[in-house]
Structures are given as structure tokens and as C-alpha cells.
Design a protein around this ligand. Structure first.
Ligand code: NAP
Length: 284
């Protein structure tokens, strides 16, 4: 019988993970099936236990269960611990192993698919919610020179910077100085090579309210949200003169590839899967 995996969430019908993992399995010759698992909002643990008892080997975990998955895991990677959230569970003979592949997914999409080096880069990370927390440690591990966390609610950015416990991390609001010299006087980096939008402002079709003058200083403006059209953040960045923009579809595929690697010990090739999803999103 094929090994069973699934994505568990609520809602979960929209998830593209089954299609991504079916393509990975076909490409690598792995014998597995990958399903969708809708868990009641108060029934995450029961749903996961039932899946495991019926022979399930691992799960991807999506909204709103990543914190519960963290608590459910008996062993966790350091990056999951730093994220405070788990998006990948593996059921081993000796228990439940939890990881968080979102951050490494972002790093791989930027460095491998988009070819932008992160070593020595100055990064502006917009947002201080779960998504921002999940990518913080992998960005630091990638060797960034400075990481500035800017959030609408400044105290949450400050909390995140404290949690990171790394001298490269600074916190501020969206009202950071537009002028480079004024930024330096405020103890912030002179320029930002990469701006990452990890807010959910895009749900209101809006870009975070940072000064437009910041965009052209960046080599890349990256939105963790994805869609059929460029997001409001990408549009604002391009209009202000940023050289390159990207949405989070590549991150989605890369975090899935890291989960697949954790489960099967094989790294799938992501580019054809990314291209197919992009075409599907565009309606081709
Ligand atoms: P969250 O924990 O609810 O945090 C939301 C963040 O967005 C907070 O920093 C919040 O600021 C900010 N925010 C919300 N509305 C805003 C607005 N109108 N203007 C400015 N800032 C606003 O959510 P999350 O889990 O971090 O998710 C954030 C986004 O990342 C979601 O859209 C999610 O889909 C995306 N994501 C993508 C991937 C991927 O694979 N591509 C993976 C994970 C997440 P305050 O603190 O001031 O409220």
C-alpha cells in the first residue's frame, strides 16, 4: 500500500499542497498518496491522531493549526522552536517530529530560483505576526548583515527583535525615515537590499504604509502572499522603481519541497512544479 500524507487545516479545500506533492512524487518515483484533511476547529489533535492510527506517515499543517501542531510535536527542529509554529509533522517509530519549512522555503526561493544572494544583505521585514516570526531565523542563518523588522504595531516588532536575541535585528514602525542619512541617525541601515512583505495588508488590497522612497533602494521586493496578479505591495514597489518584484508562490513550492525532503529523504526539483502552478493561477 502507498504511504499516506495529507495537509490538515480549516479551511483546506483551497490548498494546492496535494497537487504539488503529487507532482513531486511522480517526479522522484516515490510511492505515496497525499490527501486533504479538514479538521474541526476544536478537533485538531483528534483528527491527527486518527490519521496517524490509520497508517498516516506525515502531515503538512496550515491555518489555523500551526501553533497546535507545535504543541503536539514531541521533538522539534531549532527553526520550528524559533518560529513557535510547526507546518510539517513526521510520524516516526519513536514519536512525532515537528519542523517549520516556511522560512527555509522563502530563503531558497530568493537565493536559488531568483538568484539573489542574502549573505551580507540588509533586509527590511514588514510584519511581526506568525509569518514574520517563521522566516526570521532562516534569514539570519542565511547570513544577512542587518534585519530590520517594521510593523504597524511597533511593540510587536520590538517583541520579535527581542525574541531573536541577535544584534543584527532592529525594530521600528512603518514611519521609518525616507532619507538614508536620517535612517542612519536613527540607528537604522542606510539602505535595504531586500524588502519582504510578511503582513496580511494585501487581504485589503493595500501595501504596508512605508515610505515609497525605500522601494528603489532594494534589489528585490518580495511578497509572501501570491495570486493571479501582482499584489498591491509588488505594484507599489514597481511603481516606485524597484528593479525586481516577486510573490510568494515560489516560497509555497519550496516549503513543500523541504517537507517532502524531511519525509522521503529526496529533494524534488521545484522549477517545473512552480511553472505549472503559475500557469494554472494565470488560468492556462
Ligand atoms: P498574522 O499572524 O495574523 O499577522 C498579520 C501581520 O500583518 C501583523 O504584522 C499585522 O500587523 C499585519 N497587518 C495586518 N493588516 C495590516 C494592514 N492593513 N496594514 C499593515 N499591516 C497589517 O498573519 P501571518 O500568519 O503572519 O500571515 C501574514 C501573511 O503571510 C498572510 O497573508 C499569509 O497568507 C502569508 N503567508 C504566506 C506563506 C507562503 O508560503 N507564501 C506562508 C506563510 C504565510 P499588526 O501587528 O499591527 O496587527
Amino acid at each position: 500500500m502507498s504511504d499516506r500524507y495529507a495537509v490538515v487545516g480549516n479551511p483546506v479545500a483551497h490548498s494546492r499542497s496535494p497537487s504539488i506533492h503529487a507532482q513531486f512524487a511522480a517526479q522522484t518515483g516515490q510511492d505515496l498518496v497525499y490527501e486533504r484533511l479538514l479538521a474541526p476547529l476544536d478537533g485538531f489533535v483528534a483528527t491527527v491522531e486518527a490519521f496517524r492510527a490509520s497508517g498516516g506517515r506525515g502531515l503538512n499543517v496550515t491555518v489555523p493549526f500551526k501553533l497546535e501542531a507545535f504543541a503536539f510535536a514531541q521533538r522539534r527542529t531549532a527553526r520550528a522552536t524559533m518560529a513557535g509554529a510547526v507546518n510539517t509533522l513526521r510520524f516516526d517509530a519513536d514519536g512525532v517530529f515537528g519542523d517549520n519549512t516556511d522560512g527555509i522555503g522563502l530563503v531558497r526561493d530568493i537565493t536559488v530560483r531568483l538568484g539573489q544572494g542574502l549573505g551580507d544583505a540588509s533586509v527590511l521585514l514588514l510584519g511581526a505576526g506568525g509569518a514574520a516570526r517563521g522566516v526570521l531565523q532562516p534569514l539570519l542563518d542565511a547570513g544577512v548583515r542587518a534585519l530590520t523588522v517594521a510593523n504597524r504595531t511597533v511593540s510587536r516588532a520590538e517583541d520579535l527583535a527581542r525574541l531573536a536575541g541577535d544584534a543584527r535585528v532592529r525594530a521600528c514602525g512603518f514611519d521609518l525615515p525616507a532619507d538614508a542619512q536620517a535612517r542612519v541617525r536613527a540607528g537604522l541601515p542606510e539602505r535595504f537590499d531586500l524588502i519582504v512583505n510578511a503582513t496580511s495588508a494585501g487581504l485589503d488590497d493595500a501595501a504596508p504604509a512605508i515610505p515609497a522612497a525605500l522601494y528603489p533602494t532594494a534589489r528585490l521586493c518580495y511578497d509572501m502572499v501570491y495570486g493571479a496578479r501582482p499584489t498591491a505591495f509588488m505594484t507599489a514597489a514597481a511603481a516606485a522603481g524597484c528593479a525586481a518584484t516577486a510573490d510568494g508562490l515560489g516560497m509555497l513550492v519550496e516549503q513543500a519541497a523541504e517537507s517532502f525532503l524531511l519525509w522521503r529523504g529526496v529533494r524534488p526539483v521545484t522549477e517545473p512544479v512552480y511553472r505549472r502552478l503559475r500557469a494554472e493561477l494565470a488560468g492556462h
